[in-house]
Design a protein around this ligand. Structure first.
Ligand SMILES: [Zn+2]
Length: 113
């Protein structure tokens, strides 16, 4: 699935594709795979630090991180936003992940609208 080059980076096969005006990327079972994040960088006359997208299974949502600087030459990432996952067939509490059997979560204070 991957072909590693001398710089340690791998080319993606079967996990990303170009469709119309966007690139679609699959984060494929990140809890058991070596790939756990998607990093997006802007190449343009305007400089912007890259962002990183990871899935938080404890909170059931997407974390968007950004660099806040460097420490010992390594980027330090900090969560900039959290997006609760939405799914038509997901029946878990968006707050704690408990399966919702009623309108309200029996495990926490969440109330479905
Ligand atoms: Zn809950």
């Amino acid at each position: 699935m991957f072909a590693q080059n001398a710089g340690g980076k791998m080319k993606i096969k079967d996990r990303a594709r170009i469709y119309k005006n966007k690139i679609e990327v699959d984060l494929f079972y990140p809890t058991i795979d070596i790939i756990q994040a998607i990093e997006i960088d802007l190449i343009d006359v305007r400089k912007a630090y890259p962002i990183r997208i990871e899935y938080d299974f404890d909170r059931n949502g997407w974390m968007i991180k950004q660099t806040i600087g460097q420490q010992d030459g390594i980027d330090v990432w900090e969560e900039a936003a959290f997006i609760t996952a939405q799914s038509t067939n997901y029946n878990g509490c968006p707050e704690c992940g408990e399966i919702l059997k009623e309108k309200n979560c029996n495990n926490c204070q969440y109330e479905r609208e």
